[in-house]
Design a protein around this ligand. Structure first.
Ligand code: AMP
Length: 503
């Protein structure tokens, strides 16, 4: 029996001398990566980890981090990457929830994660970059040979905690079938091959930077330019050596803000992909104007990996996320009744396919509530499908505003506000209001020029029904975002919760 994920992703190129990872410090071949992986897998087994045991990791990006991911899979264990920004109370919850057998911290110091891990009796090791830390030290004496532990498609490969914008975040259980099938689907959809060199500036504790990027490139035998994080200078200097780039919208807006980001620099690039947060139509258009290329926008989430994408060949439509990827069933339903909405109407996006996760870790009720009886997963994202099958994401269901009993979709209002000259971006939220239940509030970021409420209202008055027009307009220097570029609407709602009650 084989190890479904490891054999599908890493085995095909395991003995290749081709470069897998390029870092500012040097290059690592597939063969070297395999040896590193095997040494780490040997450590896991010697530490007594059994198939199904969880390995939690909180550390900066490094090649060793990636090898630990591959080793965990190869040893039949479950990989649990933790966001490096988590506070100790968040870590406390994750560690107690997931009970990892091994916890790998970023440095040798007894940081809060290590202390928590100690309390519940986990093994603790450290991973300080590629050269130091106990994991690197112990690996030096390990054998570079390791036989993969057999795992079926249904066995757990990873647990990824969702961003948790409402309530506690939940651990999404991803199995070998989920991750392998998605790498195959996107390699075909986006035509990745061994000739690709991906510019990688995403974090690796998130599905985008870890599974979408790493699994895909490893599977096709491509190379990855692996940089610690995004900054414009590095992106510009490494782009000439790349063929493709995956990013969140912020990467693209920041690149466009630099006059050094030119058509010449991108001429050789095969593909620019964006996702994890909505990209403004304006950004798509500016990018095309500057480079002559269209960004391919796609949609996915921790629980489902990639599920909807604009086409590689064919028209990429700004403001949409394209059509369902091959083998993935998508339907749009009424949130309350679960019935299909009329074509063109807004509803909740549901999906079913090999990509859809197994459920939430130790959360039976939340899992049951998230699935329909016929196996469709209720994403909580609102969307609309046009007559050509292109889907537009309208926002999260929980961000829907109900004012005076009427449904208001923030995205619709944001799109109209964003048309105004001098508006860079906006966020529209619902805030408690005595008369209306909730009232529409717009938070606007300008390009530096002063905007007045009157400018905004004059523009909206002919374009939006009265009940959709903001009852209050606020101005901000920027919008609160998480590391994946998502606007934190829950934070905005909390911050402005009392503005009508204070009047
Ligand atoms: P995460 O689980 O952190 O990957 O977040 C997934 C969520 O990001 C989805 O449920 C959507 O709300 C949002 N998202 C991802 N891609 C897009 C996109 N292209 N446009 C709009 N929202 C997106």
């Amino acid at each position: 029996m084989s190890n479904i994920l490891y054999d599908g992703i890493f085995t095909p190129n395991a003995n290749s001398e081709k470069t897998f990872i390029i870092t500012p410090k040097g290059e690592i071949s597939y063969l070297e990566f395999t040896a590193m992986t095997n040494k780490l897998a040997n450590i896991l087994v010697k530490k007594g980890l059994n198939p199904g045991d969880r390995v939690a990791v909180q550390s900066d990006k490094s090649v060793l981090y990636l090898a630990l991911y591959a080793a965990t899979i190869k040893a039949g264990c479950v990989f649990l990457p933790l966001n490096t920004a988590y506070t100790s109370s968040e870590l406390d919850y994750f560690i107690n929830d997931v009970e990892p057998r091994l916890v790998v911290v970023g440095d040798n110091a007894m940081n809060s994660l290590a202390l928590l891990a100690k309390e519940i009796g986990s093994e603790i090791m450290s991973l300080n970059g590629d050269e130091t830390g106990t994991l690197a030290a112990v690996a030096k004496n390990e054998s570079p040979v390791f036989e993969a532990v057999a795992r079926t498609g249904e066995d757990l490969a990873a647990i990824l905690y969702t961003s948790g914008t409402t309530g506690k975040s939940k651990g999404a259980k991803l199995c070998h079938r989920n991750l392998l099938s998605n790498a195959k689907v996107i390699s075909e959809a986006w035509q990745f091959t061994a000739d690709d060199i991906l510019l990688h500036m995403l974090p690796v504790y998130h599905t985008h930077g870890l599974f979408v990027a790493i699994n895909l490139l490893a599977m096709v035998g491509g190379s990855i330019i692996f940089l610690p994080k995004f900054n414009v200078e590095d992106a510009l200097s490494w782009m000439p050596k790349s063929t493709s780039m995956m990013g969140i919208p912020t990467f693209y807006t920041r690149l466009l803000n630099s006059s050094d980001f030119t058509q010449e620099l991108t001429d050789h690039m095969r593909l620019f992909i964006s996702g994890s947060a909505p990209m403004l139509t304006e950004t798509h258009l500016q990018f095309e104007e500057r480079t002559g290329k269209n960004i391919l926008e796609r949609y996915g989430m921790t629980e489902t990996s990639m599920s909807i994408s604009n086409p590689y060949n064919g028209t990429r439509i700004p403001g949409t996320v394209g059509k369902p990827l091959s083998g993935i069933d998508i339907r749009i339903t009424d949130a309350a009744s679960g019935q299909l909405v009329q074509p063109g109407d807004i509803g909740v996006i549901e999906q079913r396919g090999d990509n859809v996760f197994l459920g939430y870790w130790r959360k039976q009720d939340e899992t049951a509530e998230s699935f329909r009886d016929d196996g469709f997963f209720i994403t909580g994202d609102l969307g609309r499908e046009d007559e050509n099958g292109y889907i537009t994401i309208v926002g999260r269901n929980k961000d829907l505003i109900i004012s005076g009993g009427l449904n208001i979709y923030p995205k619709e209002i944001e799109s109209v506000i964003d048309e105004i000259d001098d508006v860079t971006e906006s966020a529209v939220i619902g805030v408690p209001h005595r008369d209306f239940g909730e009232a529409v509030v717009a938070i606007i970021v300008s390009n530096g020029n002063t905007l007045s409420d009157e400018d905004i209202q004059n523009h909206l008055v002919t374009k939006l029904a009265k009940f959709k027009q903001p009852k209050k307009i606020l101005y901000a220097n920027d919008l609160p975002r998480n590391t994946m570029g998502k606007v934190q609407k829950a934070e905005l709602r909390k911050h402005h919760a009392k503005i009508f009650h204070e009047e």
